[in-house]
Design a protein around this ligand. Structure first.
Ligand SMILES: C[S@@+](CC[C@H](N)C(=O)[O-])C[C@H]1O[C@@H](n2cnc3c(N)ncnc32)[C@H](O)[C@@H]1O
Length: 318
């Protein structure tokens, strides 16, 4: 029997841009689908329905608690498939190296409600809990290490770059001062330090005052941008010709990585722009469908505020 915190519940995660993903991935019975960010299996359940009992779904997640959701998913859908626990950049590469092929691959990036809503995982500024934020709890490096050991300069960069935090420098300085007296152990201590480091009016401005720092730490602790950069080429390698790729991102840095990758793969040629003729011979590998990112409707963001920052990009392998 799993501990109660790992018992999946029906309300765990509302899949974002679900209809759009389904349309773009256009799953046919008999195909092989890879859900590279299985989470609570919300998207996977919809994609599995499109398989109509034929084909298989490979689920990947670096969070071991997703396995319980996969077991439930398999029971409910009866779909053939496997759960592979690990970083998608590594697992996708291993699958491709082992000769596996896929017809559709989905990335729904970031953190899931099942992680945020479990205070003991330390992702949330809304509850006092151990400072953790690891998607993979067996990883060596948690937010506790980063906050207590990262240099003031490194923390400033992380808060600024990944959190677009205006008061990055002030917050990093306050953290460095506080940890000299006592190391940070809990999210509540960090929230207090952030609140005290920023000017009073900013405490009541754009969302919770710790929101941006928590997002930044999470991205850094889980090395999310590097994982995405490494995973996209592996995903393309894994796709069959005609295979579809869809990526939902929640941060402008993620979206930029996806946008540039799709543009480069669509372009093919990597010769410098001043070369009169192509000498690299690289052919286009992907065709973006559609060209622009898809954003959620106002109806979706009203019912699921988490969707507000979502951007969906998709492509077909030529
Ligand atoms: C937004 S949730 C996915 C939710 C899912 N689409 C659903 O409908 O339930 C993102 C999931 O991806 C996982 N994840 C994020 N980065 C990952 C990585 N580099 N490798 C594997 N899993 C990752 C997280 O652990 C989380 O469970």
């Amino acid at each position: 029997m799993l501990p109660s915190v790992l018992q999946p519940s029906a309300t765990d995660h509302v899949p974002v841009l679900a209809d759009e993903v389904r349309q773009l991935l256009a799953i046919e019975p008999g195909e092989t689908v890879v859900d590279a960010t299985f989470g609570a299996g919300g998207h996977a359940a919809l994609l599995a329905a499109d398989l109509r009992g034929e084909g298989r779904l490979i689920a990947i997640d670096r969070d071991p608690s997703a396995r319980a959701y996969f077991d439930r998913f398999r029971k409910q859908t009866g779909v053939q498939g496997r759960f592979l626990r690990g970083d998608f950049s590594i697992v996708l590469e291993q699958l491709a190296d082992n000769g596996a092929r896929a017809d559709a691959i989905l990335f729904d990036l970031g953190v899931s409600s099942m992680q945020i809503d479990r205070p003991e995982r330390g992702f949330s500024y809304a509850a006092d809990a151990p400072l953790d934020m690891r998607m993979d709890p067996s990883a060596d490096y948690s937010a506790r290490e980063l906050v207590n050991e990262g240099s003031e300069r490194e923390l400033t960069r992380i808060f600024r770059q990944y959190g677009e935090e205006r008061y990055a420098k002030q917050i990093a300085r306050a953290i460095a001062r506080r940890r000299r007296e006592q190391p940070f152990e809990r999210t509540g201590e960090l929230v207090e330090t952030i609140k005290n480091a920023i000017p009073a009016p900013a405490r009541f401005g754009d969302g919770h005052p710790a929101k941006r720092v928590f997002q930044a730490l999470r991205i850094a602790v889980n090395d999310e941008l590097t994982a995405l950069e490494d995973a996209l080429p592996a995903a393309v390698e894994l796709l069959n010709p005609g295979g579809r790729l869809a990526v939902i991102s929640f941060h402008s840095l993620e979206d930029r990585i996806v946008k540039r990758f799709l543009r480069d793969q669509e372009h093919g040629c990597t010769c410098p722009p001043d070369f009169p003729v192509c000498v690299c011979g690289q052919e286009p590998v992907l065709r973006a469908t559609p060209r622009r990112a898809i954003r959620p409707s106002s109806r979706e963001t009203a019912s699921n505020p988490r969707a507000a920052s979502a951007r969906l990009r998709a492509a077909v392998k030529v």
